[in-house]
Design a protein around this ligand. Structure first.
Ligand SMILES: *Cc1c(COP(=O)(O)O)cnc(C)c1O
Length: 483
């Protein structure tokens, strides 16, 4: 598959430093065995429901596919953070980085809006105290060290450490015991601090510091205080650190990677459609799934993890501008095509720590932040109606593998030879399987049908494609040896 993507302006002109495979998109492939087992599970659910309820929605066949973001990059333990980092690296390498000075705390306001605050506000204020000569000498100092943080088994820190190495920079990785992330429930807490991603980050040559929860009585009140202390110490050593917030999510450029990924998915849909139509004369089943009836190569549903929600927010923004651009083209053509329902992007919340409205608000902000940079009118083009978040599968804690999620991880490994991760993707898959076998996709399609979508498919025999985004993270598995 060709890696060339055509992005609309101004998106196309935003600098990006390639970290993914140069000649390949991350692959998309079908999950035929899961798809057919879901057909059966759904039939059973329908039968059971039918006894009490005669108004069941029409049956919908769902073909499952996966996008292998865990195979997106030659760098260590590929996962979703490399895409985010592609848009952050140009700032790191710039002689005058705009971001990265320190803790921002909040999602930065949309550039140009009335209350936009620079991430650099603190540093700029500190800089005023310096003499002009000093300022001139620090201005052009290159970044020496990437600093980031995460929970003990953070995948993000692996990807930052690996990017640092690739760029010839040092990295300091702060792993917070206080974030939990499976430490407390681990049957072997000592091993949890040495294995999995902790081991990988060390292998990558990073300076790994495992931090105890901050002790309020010591005056260090928050994890942010601990981070500030590390940044200050590095500066005192003459280094020039660049701070990347947890998950690269609060970084203002962090959402762009998945906005671009939306265009990649659309291009892959097009290639799949071409392949499918060229093989449709054959009577045997194609390599694209458990049935030939797939409506098109388009992914009607996309299921993705919501940790911080910046991957989800980026995808929402990307598909928005993609669909807006296509709509404009369609309006110029005289033939009125049947209305296509926009792709439904469903976020599955992977932790019960914060309530759903908290995340919905953040996702909206992430999507608007990315949207404002790629040419959308953020307030009008992206609304709460675009945010679809399911909070039923977060389990018992962030990084805690509950019994149901564990079963899903084992099931998918046995059925498809695909290994999920215990913190994010196994929960997403559990949600996706439930959406299909529990009839939620059918109800959703039926509701959309009422709204006038899906005309071209005729009543009763819908067929939709659902794409599961595998965001990586398997390198944490070693720390979850009980699986
Ligand atoms: C970080 C991570 C996520 C969550 O991404 P967000 O953008 O924070 O929502 C999902 N899956 C894996 C494997 C991750 O490492």
């Amino acid at each position: 598959m060709s890696p060339k993507l055509t992005l609309p302006d101004p998106f196309a002109s935003i600098p990006r430093h390639p970290l993914l495979y140069p000649f390949l998109f991350s692959p998309i492939h079908p999950l035929p065995s899961l798809s057919s087992s879901l057909d059966r599970a759904r039939d059973v659910t329908r039968k059971n429901r039918h006894s009490g309820n005669n108004k069941l929605p029409a049956p919908v066949q769902v073909s499952l596919y996966v996008k292998r973001e865990d195979h997106s990059s030659p760098l260590a333990c590929a996962g979703n953070k490399y895409r985010k980092l592609e848009y952050i690296v140009p700032d790191i390498l710039s002689p005058q980085p705009r971001f990265g000075a320190g803790i921002g705390g909040e999602i930065p306001a949309i550039p140009g809006s009335a209350d936009s605050r620079s991430h650099h506000a603190g540093a700029a204020a500190a800089g005023e105290a310096e003499t002009e000569a000093e300022e001139a000498s620090t201005e052009r100092r290159n970044i020496t060290t990437l600093v980031t943080e995460g929970a003990l088994q953070s995948n993000h820190t692996v990807q930052v450490a690996s990017v640092a190495g690739k760029l010839g920079l040092q990295s300091v990785v702060l792993l917070h015991k206080g974030t939990g992330g499976g430490l407390r429930t681990s049957s072997d807490p000592q091993a949890f601090q040495r294995t999995g991603n902790v081991q990988v980050v060390k292998l990558l040559g990073s300076d790994v510091r495992i931090l105890d929860p901050p002790d309020p009585s010591s005056g260090k009140k928050t994890q942010d205080d601990l981070v500030d202390e590390v940044l200050e110490a590095l500066r005192a050593e003459g280094k020039n650190p660049y701070w990347i917030p947890s998950g690269a999510s609060l970084h203002p450029l962090g959402g762009l990677g998945y906005a671009r990924c939306a265009f990649e998915i659309a291009e892959q849909e097009r290639e799949m459609e071409l392949l499918q139509s060229s093989s449709s004369s054959s009577t045997t089943s194609t390599s694209f799934g458990h049935s030939q009836k797939a409506s098109s190569g388009r992914f009607d549903y996309i299921f993705v993890a919501c940790g911080s929600g910046s991957t989800l927010g980026g995808l929402i923004a990307g598909f928005k501008i993609l669909e807006k651009t296509q709509q404009q083209v369609q309006q110029q053509t005289p033939v009125q095509k049947p209305q296509r329902r926009p792709r439904q992007i469903i976020g599955i919340l992977t932790s019960p720590t914060q309530p759903k409205p908290y995340h919905e608000e953040r996702i909206l902000q992430f999507a608007r932040q990315a949207g404002s940079m790629i040419g959308l009118d953020p307030e009008n083009d992206i609304t709460m109606a675009d945010i679809r978040l399911d909070d039923r599968f977060g389990g018992t804690g962030y990084g805690v593998l509950d019994a149901e999620t564990k079963k899903t991880l084992e099931f998918v490994a046995e059925r498809e030879e695909v290994i999920l991760d215990p913190v994010y993707t196994a929960k997403v898959m559990r949600g996706l399987l439930d959406w299909v076998s529990g009839g939620q996709v059918e109800r959703d399609v039926a509701a959309a049908y009422e709204e006038g979508y899906y005309e071209e498919q005729g009543q009763g025999h819908g067929h939709v494609n659902a794409l599961f985004i595998h965001t990586g993270g398997q390198s944490a598995l070693g720390a979850y040896a009980d699986i």
